[in-house]
Design a protein around this ligand. Structure first.
Ligand code: B12
Ligand code: SF4
Length: 498
């Protein structure tokens, strides 16, 4: 089977980084293992037209990934492909998992794959191959004839039949043993065209950066987090399997920094200790790594952090979210401010750099609670404080709150569901757009323009090594807010947020 996997175009207006898409890399790997011919087309880095590529390659099945800001570009890519040939188009990813009917109802999308995708994807590839093989006159329409039972039994999909009915098959259970998955197939990506995931490397500009995911899922259900559209069950790869991939990234692919993408890597501390032991024993701790999305503060004790540091980790992030105890409770973060204080203190004590993620504009936020968030950020004083204005994503509890309790979305276009700076995305009650925008700006100014922070920034080697970026960051803090279009034009950068 000729398989094509697409990452639709979507460069963040605030961010010029591009990284290979791990979900696509996994789908490529399972297709390769099935014996398919595979191509990856990442519209963020390609310089040929999609239609030209498709005309030449003639894919039989196309998989398109989509988070919320990408979904419209995903539909556009699908339309372009359908204008050239009749390939089966499958759309997957967080956005369509939250709103499967929206995509399934579109003429250019044949099937929506909900949730974790590897098993659904290879099942669809195998099914298509089987149906096509005995039938030279096959068209993709044949699959959607209401009388045909071809798609029956494929778990985790949504599609529209020819008579206009949208059908959802039952959920697919999450993959139990993640060690059975092949390693992500980066060989299908034009690696030289990607930037580093985040500037973890002090000495090498645009060093080679790779990602790894050592566990999937999250047992927590924070009300603002899109993790809720994916499997709740937390599953981890064995330390040995992770280290094997780690070695492959460093020794075969030349990784100079590694981003650990787990939602909550430290749910099982014993596993992290085991992983650290192996990284040290196998001398893989020479390459810096960062758990970029943060680890759980309530599970980050001094011992664990010290071990992580010895194993090559250079920086840890914690989702702090708010300085107000009642809001912290209301977002179901299941952590206390004292646990967060202890985590930052311990991380600094063992010599790790720290990042704090803070949210301005959670439901219930007002001037006083936002003030507490800014003060708490200053008290914790991480190396990087990242303040984002809340974006309610479909499928999250805050999305429901906004739509049920008289909130108002300010952004209307899926493409605007990004953390572009300076503009509130929604308002509800006392959490007005004006207040969010004012306090967000104030948060950055007050955090970074304290005298010891200015001195610290000037003293850091990386400030001067990445001077253009540092300057852009500094301007973000001191200049008046830009419109979205102006931000898009500038291509400003921000610390990692996801
Ligand atoms: C790393 C990461 C980033 C990185 C890199 C993105 C990249 N190129 O991969 C950076 C920092 C750049 C980033 C940016 C953003 N991110 Co981000 N990011 C992540 C993170 C932490 C890991 C992604 C990942 O690799 N997952 C592992 C792989 C295996 O999973 P996957 O990609 O989802 O793919 C699986 C399934 O979704 C499915 N699947 C996906 N596509 C397809 C296609 C087909 C055909 C099939 C069959 C199946 C399928 O199968 C795959 C394998 O199981 C996720 C959280 C998470 N746990 O996934 C958030 C997450 C994807 N990000 C999110 C968001 C909101 C963003 C931003 C919009 C934030 C912003 N700054 O404004 C931007 C958008 C950037 C963009 N260009 O589109 C949300 C998405 C919510 C939504 N409704 O779309 C998530 C879910 C975080 C969260 N919990 O809220 N992100
Ligand atoms: S914010 Fe973190 S801990 Fe909370 S649900 Fe999302 S991934 Fe899990």
């Amino acid at each position: 089977m000729r398989v094509l996997l697409i990452n639709p175009r979507f460069q963040l207006p605030i961010d010029t980084r591009t990284t290979p898409h791990l979900g696509i890399a996994y789908l490529a790997a399972v297709s390769e293992r099935r014996g398919d011919e595979v191509r990856v087309f990442d519209l963020d880095v390609e310089d040929v037209r999609l239609t030209d590529f498709v005309r030449e390659y003639q894919p039989e099945i196309v998989g398109i990934t989509s988070n919320t800001p990408q979904v419209k570009q995903g539909w556009l890519a699908a339309r372009e492909i359908k204008s050239v040939l009749d390939a089966l188009i499958v759309q997957g990813g967080p956005h369509v998992s939250a709103l499967p009917e929206e995509s399934a109802a579109r003429a250019e999308i044949d099937i929506v794959a909900r949730g974790e995708g590897e098993e659904t994807w290879i099942e669809l590839c195998a099914l298509l191959e089987r149906v096509k093989s005995g039938n030279p006159k096959f068209t993709t329409r044949d699959l959607f004839d209401p009388a045909s039972k071809i798609l029956q039994g494929v778990l985790g999909i949504t599609h529209q039949t020819l008579d206009g009915k949208i059908l959802h098959s039952p959920e697919r259970p999450p993959i139990e043993d993640l060690d059975t998955l092949p390693f992500p197939a980066y060989k299908y990506f034009k690696m030289a065209r990607y930037t580093s995931l985040q500037p973890a490397i002090d000495a090498i500009e645009m060093g080679k950066s790779y990602s790894i995911m050592t566990s999937r899922g999250c047992p927590y259900r924070c009300t603002f987090c899109s993790q809720s559209v994916m499997a709740e069950k937390w599953r981890a790869r064995s330390a040995a399997n992770v280290v094997q991939e780690w070695r492959h990234l460093i020794e075969d692919l030349g990784a100079q920094e590694i981003g650990v993408l787990d939602d909550s890597a430290n749910i099982n501390r014993a596993r992290v200790h085991e992983l650290c032991d192996l990284l040290i024993a196998e001398k893989l701790n020479r390459v810096p790594w960062i758990p970029i999305n943060g680890i759980r503060a309530n599970l980050a004790d001094e011992d664990l952090l010290r071990h992580m540091k010895a194993a090559g980790c250079i920086r840890v992030a914690f989702g702090v979210e708010t300085g107000d105890a009642a809001i912290l409770k209301s977002i179901d973060k299941r952590v206390t401010h004292d646990q967060i204080r202890a985590a930052f203190k311990n991380a600094k004590k063992v010599g790790l750099e720290t990042v704090g993620f803070f949210i301005i504009g959670l439901p219930g936020d007002n001037e006083a609670t936002m003030e507490k968030t800014i003060r708490f950020a200053c008290e914790l004083d991480p190396l990087v404080a990242n303040f984002s204005m809340l974006t309610p994503y479909p499928g999250t509890q805050v999305w429901e709150q906004v739509h049920r309790n008289g909130g108002r979305m300010i952004v209307k276009d899926w493409e605007d569901y990004v953390f572009f700076e300076g503009k509130a995305r929604y308002e509800i009650g006392a959490t007005t757009a004006e207040l969010q925008e004012r306090k967000w700006k104030e948060a950055y100014r007050r955090f970074y323009l304290r005298p010891h922070r200015i001195a610290m920034t000037l003293a850091r080697k990386s400030t001067w090594q990445h001077f253009p970026r540092t300057l852009r960051m500094a301007l973000k803090i001191v200049l008046p807010k830009k419109t979205k279009d102006e931000v898009k034009a500038v291509g400003e950068e921000t610390p990692v947020v996801c």
